[in-house]
Design a binder for this molecule. Structure first.
Ligand SMILES: [Zn+2]
Length: 563
């Protein structure tokens, strides 16, 4: 019995120290029986003993609990301190102990999307965790097919700041071409690259069959001369590319002698026609990762080939390849599959109002809709870096956001699809409603009277004779539906069938016209005058959802966030 008593004391103290409160009898019993099943049969005698021990412990102070626990069961203290919160989110990075250098490298052919937000947030979060450098690198060396947008560079930096992921360094590849040419030349000298003049279709045939083309065995001198001709314009666009020598019999044709540089004469939106020989992405990003000292790369697992190609380059040059984590793609139900180039076309065609249209999955659109950066951060971090493709719903982001905006959003009435309701009797001249249901922030006095607006959908659910509550105003009984009529019953008369909200009759002093842009359409109606004081803020339209007030005019324009 004596050791049972000591066991109880140990677990009771552990419980008390852990929660910094008098030990809980149920928890102590549970732990005791769980760890020592042999005591279960003796529960009847053990139970009063637990009470006795707990009563003694309660008489002593938390400092004494700690001391006593250290004395009788130090092993339980160790258990307490190593037990962490479950590691939801980002796993530890291998080899990150001395800090990391990580980059997010977009092609700025449009603003950041939700997919980019994931890359920005997770890379920068790792740098915050381990210390080091977070780099934004614009991989903008394709002047034609994925033509960069001059405005998009700034948009990326703006959205990074907004996402609390300010980069330590910003690099633009198109401004660093001069650094790449000497590396290409060195690669040729080391026998790692050759100038190939095969027409694309001809080389493809060679590649598919796995046989070298006639240019592969040119001497280093010949290659250096042809490279010079690419640079100085003696070779025209389409006449030659510089290829990295890999293995023409590699089992994956995508790895076989890949192109590193090609001639493009179209002007680049940033540097114009300063260069005519442009690196392809595999070369540019491989070289930059080395030049910048990148330690870890987060890369879509669909781009694994890229690493295999780049490793040849690293071997020729004697560089060490960064550690790579391959992660799965995310797909968002509500937006289906989207690409920046497709979006750009749709915007140019006028299908959307712009890059911040509430129907598009850009960070700017989220911002205009009142989604908080913290909501996106928490969500992306919780998602982790797993290798499986995941399909997510915006609802999870909305749930995070709701926790953040619910407290601060003032409440207002907005009547969408409004119909007029004429009320007979002494309807109060004002309705009085709190700005927030649980936090004391004052009141809104809403002009009322005998002529109000209600939602058509509410009217359609009513019958003549229904006693309804007009929220924060009065009770009425419906007397007709077409047109809608009612009679005043009293300011508050207990029994009723339904609560609906309302808006003052429209007019300059009463209810302003409000238009809500939603991902799936537009709602127009009448709101309260107070909405005009909320520009740039998130409010909740009662019985409707959270919106951000984006534009004051006639109408006031709000973007819908979520319910
Ligand atoms: Zn060739």
């Amino acid at each position: 019995m004596e050791d049972t008593r000591e066991l109880i004391e140990k677990y009771a103290l552990q419980n008390a120290v852990k929660y910094k409160a008098a030990p809980n009898a149920g928890a102590v019993m549970g732990k005791l029986m769980g760890e020592h099943p042999e005591l279960r049969a003796r529960a009847k005698e053990v139970s009063p003993l637990v009470k006795e021990v707990l009563a003694e412990i309660e008489k002593t102070s938390p400092e004494e609990w700690q001391k006593r626990l250290e004395a009788i069961a130090p092993e339980l203290i160790v258990e307490l301190s190593v037990k962490k919160e479950p590691d939801k989110g980002l796993p530890a990075l291998d080899g990150a102990e001395n800090g990391v250098v990580m980059r997010f490298a977009p092609n700025p052919n449009g603003p950041p999307t939700l997919g980019s937000a994931r890359g920005i947030i997770v890379n920068s979060e790792y740098v915050k965790k381990y210390g080091g450098k977070f780099i934004i690198r614009f991989d903008d060396t394709d002047p034609v097919k994925k033509r960069p947008m001059p405005e998009a560079y700034g948009w990326y930096l703006e959205d990074c700041n907004w996402l609390d992921a300010k980069p330590d360094l910003v690099i633009t590849a198109s401004e660093r071409i001069d650094k790449y040419y000497p590396i290409a030349e060195e690669l040729i000298r080391r026998g790692g690259a050759y100038v190939c003049a095969c027409p694309q279709a001809v080389f493809k045939e060679h590649k598919d069959k796995g046989i070298p083309c006639e240019h592969r065995d040119q001497s280093i001198e010949q290659n250096l001369e042809l490279w010079k001709q690419m640079l100085d314009g003696r070779l025209a666009e389409g006449q030659a590319v510089l290829r990295v020598k890999t293995d023409m019999s590699h089992k994956d044709p995508a790895i076989r002698d890949w192109p590193a540089f090609r001639i493009v004469t179209a002007p680049h939106p940033l540097v114009g026609d300063r260069y005519r020989v442009w690196p392809l992405l595999d070369f540019e990003s491989a070289v930059e990762d080395h030049l910048l000292g990148t330690t870890h790369i987060l890369r879509g697992k669909d781009l694994a080939d890229s690493g295999s190609r780049q490793r040849y380059l690293y071997r020729y040059l004697g560089w060490e390849y960064p550690k790579v984590i391959h992660w799965g793609r995310i797909k968002i139900h509500q937006f289906g599959s989207f690409s920046t180039s497709k979006l750009r076309k749709a915007i140019e065609a006028g299908e959307y109002t712009g890059w911040d249209d509430p129907r598009v999955p850009t960070v700017r659109a989220m911002r205009c809709r009142g989604i908080r950066p913290e909501a996106l951060r928490r969500f992306m971090i919780d998602l982790g870096v797993g290798e499986t493709d995941i399909s997510i719903s915006m609802d999870s982001i909305y749930a995070e956001n709701r926790k953040l905006v619910d407290q601060e959003a003032n409440r207002y009435f907005f009547v969408w699809n409004p119909v007029s309701l004429q009320i007979e009797g002494d309807v109060p001249a004002f309705g009085r409603a709190p700005l927030h249901p649980t936090i004391d922030r004052g009141w809104r006095d809403i002009p009322a009277g005998n002529n109000l607006f209600i939602c058509r959908s509410d009217l359609e659910a009513l019958k003549v004779g229904d006693n309804i509550r007009l929220k924060d105003l009065c009770n009425v009984e419906m007397t007709s539906l077409e047109p809608a009529g009612a009679r005043f019953l009293g300011k508050d008369v207990g029994k009723r069938t339904k609560i609906i909200h309302w808006a003052p009759a429209d007019g300059p002093a009463d209810g302003p016209a409000v238009k809500v842009m939603k991902p799936d359409g537009i709602d127009e109606g009448i709101g309260e005058a107070g909405i005009a004081g909320e520009l740039g803020k998130v409010v909740q339209f009662e019985r409707y959802g959270f919106v951000r007030i984006n534009f004051l005019g006639n109408p006031i324009v709000a973007y819908f966030a979520h319910r």
